[in-house]
Design a protein around this ligand. Structure first.
Ligand code: NDP
Length: 237
């Protein structure tokens, strides 16, 4: 499952996983984007993807349980979750920040991954080689002035990932890791740095060796680690 699959890094990851033979469940909020991605994947030789239209801002335990039941019936298990969907919010001094925006950003970027992971865990436990990847940010590892709820949501997300990694270390085969994709040419990056020339920023495609390594079956068993494409090198085999 890839959340936020309709655009940006999520879209490229969904394509890449499907091209490598994965049956990808595309979760996102804009149905037209999911449908065009579905058509692109389905018209290739890749396995038919699944679509889950879900606005993570307004989701609920009931809706996620309904989805989990449907996935269980159709696919039997989940081999991986990429928690990728996120909103940027407004960069502002804390004193000027809007409390409703705090709630929204924390819901999409943090509470939604909590809810999805908690309710999908039984399906992930049915896999014998599962991976859950949480997408953070440089400002999540070390919150930076004015990055407001976005920075704090990613900091909390890293906490969740490390908590889960510790809990599951000796009781489960599920690998839990964090990725900080770092500057990547997407709509979110353009919104955060409007004066930047996008051509100076790496593409989402350039992240794919790392994402495939973490989500695929040729990993090295890494667990509880933070990955950054600027320092990561594929292991020599
Ligand atoms: P984009 O804004 O390009 O894509 C984000 C995706 O998340 C979109 O498909 C969007 O849906 C989806 N999404 C947003 N809100 C919701 C919601 N309420 N419910 C369901 N889906 C939602 O972002 P990126 O691809 O750049 O970012 C991907 C991840 O990488 C994020 O977690 C981001 O924080 C992180 N990141 C990105 C960096 C970068 O430079 N790009 C740097 C560091 C971290 P829709 O298409 O419908 O809007």
């Amino acid at each position: 499952m890839v959340t936020g699959a309709g655009d940006g890094i999520g879209r490229v990851t969904a394509h890449t996983l499907a091209a490598r033979g994965a049956t990808v469940i595309l979760l996102g909020r804009t149905v037209s984007k999911l449908e065009s991605l579905y058509d692109e994947i389905h018209s290739s030789d890749a396995p038919e993807p699944g679509i889950v239209p879900m606005d993570l801002m307004n989701t609920s335990e009931d809706k996620i349980n309904e989805m989990a039941n449907a996935i269980g019936e159709q696919y039997g298990r989940l081999d991986g979750i990429l928690h990728n969907a996120s909103i940027l919010g407004t960069r502002l001094p804390f004193a000027n920040s809007d409390l409703n925006e705090w709630r929204e950003v924390m819901q999409v970027n943090f509470m939604a991954p909590v809810m999805l992971t908690r309710l999908l865990l039984p399906l992930v436990e049915r896999s014998n080689d599962a991976s859950i990847v949480f997408t953070s940010s440089s400002v999540g590892n070390k919150p930076r002035a004015y990055w407001s709820a976005y920075a704090v949501s990613k900091y909390a997300l890293e906490g969740l990932a490390l908590l889960l990694a510790d809990e599951l270390e000796n009781t489960s085969a599920i690998r839990i890791n964090i990725v900080n994709p770092a500057a990547t040419r997407t709509a979110m990056r353009a919104a955060a740095y409007p004066a930047e020339d996008p051509m100076t920023v790496k593409t989402a495609e350039e992240l794919m060796p790392l994402y495939l390594y973490l989500l695929g079956n040729r990993h090295g068993g890494e667990h509880g680690e933070l990955f950054d494409p600027r320092t990561w090198e594929p292991p020599k085999r």
